[in-house]
Design a protein around this ligand. Structure first.
Ligand code: ATP
Ligand code: MG
Length: 350
């Protein structure tokens, strides 16, 4: 069996540091590992429209932003096929056939969709397109016969749904589709990076993000005003590091070398945490260190991004080429799907 990756992001905003540690960083490592036959990276514009249908312009403008974020982080169009979902109409047709293999009750049970419905005030009246996006995500993954999907933790229910549809399809119509597996970040802090406001997830839709494209000043401002432990009022108070986003970000981003460079009085994060937990360490000092770390991590990404942003037509050319390649692959899978279902009527006319 071939080793194929499919991943993607919704162009509902620029990408943030949660995307970086939750998925982008891993994608670049996998891309450069040489262990994969094919890598497809999808800008999920059709999926983004399911909850932004009233604002297609937002989705349109963010396609370029996401493409720039990808390349700035090291996704290389020479090694990975970057494409735009809506250009591949075959995905919609696959979705239509897969829709028969899922019940309404099953879709309504999806915990991520449930949480997102609440967040978007869709609880009383849910657009069908939004409710069924896990089915279209199954089409995206299976169209490319992907067996590996590097994602953040919130995507696990989508992968489970995809595996169910694949099993059901193969059981009914014969072995055709490949069952995908999720690849999660190794570092626990990266599974679901919290927002700067302390909310459980940094999310474009919640406005609690540090973006990969933020200027040095914006990063500093956001870090300095971050939510910490509300019970850590005086410096001498003992503090909590487990639910404190400043420490979670440090777990995700800092290394012993950062301590050597910016905070040499501590050998590593464990020592800093221990001090905060027993009391006597102020939030300001932690935030200053975090700011230094974030600046170091994000500066090269931002500079590459600024360089790439000078030629937007080249970005669209790259996306068009990738989308054409993706379309051919998806068309091949769709033909196999129709053959398995024996609805390829005109193919066997002769
Ligand atoms: P939206 O609010 O529009 O859904 P989002 O910020 O959740 O945007 P997506 O495009 O839905 O971003 O997610 C893209 C990928 O990034 C997924 O694999 C998801 O698991 C991962 N991801 C998103 N947010 C985080 C986060 N805070 N921590 C870790 N991974 C994340
Ligand atoms: Mg999301």
């Amino acid at each position: 069996m071939k080793n194929i990756i499919l991943t993607g992001d919704r162009p509902s905003g620029k990408l943030h540091i949660g995307h970086y540690v939750g998925s982008l960083k891993r994608r670049v490592e996998l891309q450069n590992s040489g262990k994969f036959d094919k890598i497809y990276v999808m800008i999920a514009d059709a999926q983004a429209l399911t909850d932004n249908f009233d604002n297609p312009e937002k989705v349109r403008s963010n396609i370029t932003e996401v493409a720039l974020d990808y390349m700035a982080c090291g996704i290389d169009p020479k090694k990975s096929t970057i494409f735009v979902q809506s250009h591949v109409a075959e995905l919609t047709e696959l979705t239509f056939y897969y829709m028969n293999l899922v019940t309404l009750a099953r879709l309504e049970r999806n915990p991520t969709v449930k949480a997102e419905m609440k967040q978007k005030n869709f609880e009383l009246s849910i657009p069908m397109g939004f409710l069924t996006y896990p089915v279209s995500q199954t089409a995206d993954i299976t169209a490319f016969k992907a067996n590996t999907v590097p994602v953040g933790e919130d995507q696990l229910p989508m992968l489970e749904q995809a595996r169910e549809i694949v099993r059901s399809f193969n059981g009914l119509y014969g072995e055709t589709l490949v069952e995908p597996k999720a690849v999660l970040p190794d570092n626990k802090a990266c599974l679901r990076l919290p927002g700067t406001d302390g909310m459980v997830k940094m999310s474009k839709s919640l406005g609690n993000c540090i973006y990969l494209s933020d200027s040095a000043d914006e990063i500093k401002r956001k870090v300095m005003s971050m939510y910490t432990d509300p019970n850590h009022i005086k410096v001498t108070d003992p503090g909590d590091t487990e639910h404190n986003p400043t420490f979670i970000y440090l777990s995700a981003f800092s290394s012993p070398e950062h301590f050597e460079r910016y905070l040499p009085e501590y050998a590593n994060l464990d020592e800093l945490k221990a001090h905060y937990e027993r009391g006597g360490l102020g939030d300001m000092k932690v935030k200053k260190f975090l700011n230094a770390v974030m600046q170091e991590v994000l500066e090269p990404i931002r500079l590459r991004r600024e360089e790439l942003a000078k030629d937007i037509p080249a970005v669209w050319d790259m996306l068009y080429e990738g989308s054409e390649v993706a379309r051919k692959v998806a068309a091949q899978t769709l033909a196999e799907v129709k053959k398995s279902m024996r609805i390829d009527y005109f193919a066997d006319r002769n």
